[in-house]
Design a protein. Sequence first.
Length: 133
Amino acid sequence: PPPVESSTGGLQIWHFSQQDEQLVEQALSSLSFTLIPKQSPQEPVENTNAIFFGEKVKDRDLRVVATQLIQAGIPIQVIIPVKRDSPNRDKALIQIGAERCNPIKDWPVWTVERINTTTEFNRTEFDSLGCSS
C-alpha cells in the first residue's frame, strides 16, 4: 500500500531513542511523515510508552501515529499535549519517547478502539499526578 500522507502541514515526528528504537522506526516506516531521531535526554533504559504533541498537529495524524505504534506492539500509556510552557507547544510536532513518571506505570495501555473513540487527549490526569513531562 502507498504511504500514509500527513494532513498536518510541516509535521515532524521526533523519536527519542529507547531500547525499542528499531521497532518504533519499523512501525512508522509506512507513513510519509518526517521522522527525526533524537538523543534521549536520559539513558535509554526504558521502552517507548508516550506520545506528546503540539497544538498544530491534526487529530487524524495523532491517531494514525498512535495506531501504528500500538499495532506494532508498542505499549503506549500516555498520549498528551506538550506542556503549556514548552517551546514546542505551538508546533506541528509529535514526540515519541518514554515517560518515566512512576504513577503512570500502572496506567492501562491505549488500544486502537480507545484511540478511535477518545474525543480529547488532554493533560488533566497526568498533571494531577505531579508528573512533569
